[in-house]
Write a new protein. Structure first.
Length: 188
């Protein structure tokens, strides 16, 4: 009796596997896998460079289709026009160790200075979190000015200490909350 059940089960599983294989082959054949090529999408160019006809007929180039030319993604969209300066036009640029660049144009009165690594806003750096009189305090530097503050204290205008841990803290600047670990800085 057990041998008959095993035989019937193996025949059933074999038929199931064969049916799955047949269905897989049928699906691949209907998708064009065995023909060596995919059916072209309507409007897609063929290997000869012509456009395949859409099912509803040929595409009308004078209709309301918007055609865009490909462009280099690395080319800037807007390019500043060249500026001219009075005088002989020779320009000297000097780059300092702090990332600042100073350009001076001789023969004219044009001088410009840029600071590459000084973004707009206030730079906040958490220097240290330590215990003082049983309470945790943070040593925070904002634009070069150092503050020693505890939880709930407001400093440097709109900054406030929300909470402190052994190696970091949660602060707010206005309505915006941010987290800093010791040694990290952020521009707000």
């Amino acid at each position: 009796m057990i041998g008959v059940k095993r035989t019937l089960l193996s025949v059933f599983v074999s038929l199931l596997l064969v049916a799955t294989a047949v269905a897989s082959v049928w699906l691949m054949a209907s998708a064009g896998v065995f023909t060596g090529g995919e059916p072209a999408l309507p409007g897609a160019p063929t290997t000869g460079g012509t456009v395949a006809a859409a099912p509803g007929g040929a595409l009308d180039p004078s209709s309301d289709y918007q055609v865009g030319q490909p462009r280099d993604p690395f080319e800037p969209l807007v390019v500043a026009p060249p500026t001219s300066t009075p005088g002989d036009g020779s320009t000297t640029s000097t780059t300092g160790g702090d990332g600042s660049t100073t350009s001076t144009t001789s023969g004219g009165s044009t001088t410009s200075t840029t600071q590459d690594d000084d973004p707009d806003g206030k730079r906040v750096t958490l220097l240290e979190v330590r215990e003082e009189s049983g309470d945790r305090v943070a040593v925070v530097q904002v634009d070069g000015v150092t503050y020693t503050v505890g939880v709930g204290d407001t400093f440097a205008g709109s900054f406030k200490v929300v909470s402190l841990s052994e190696n970091g803290g949660v602060f707010t600047y206005g309505d915006s909350a941010f987290t800093l670990a010791v040694g990290q800085s952020i521009v707000k």
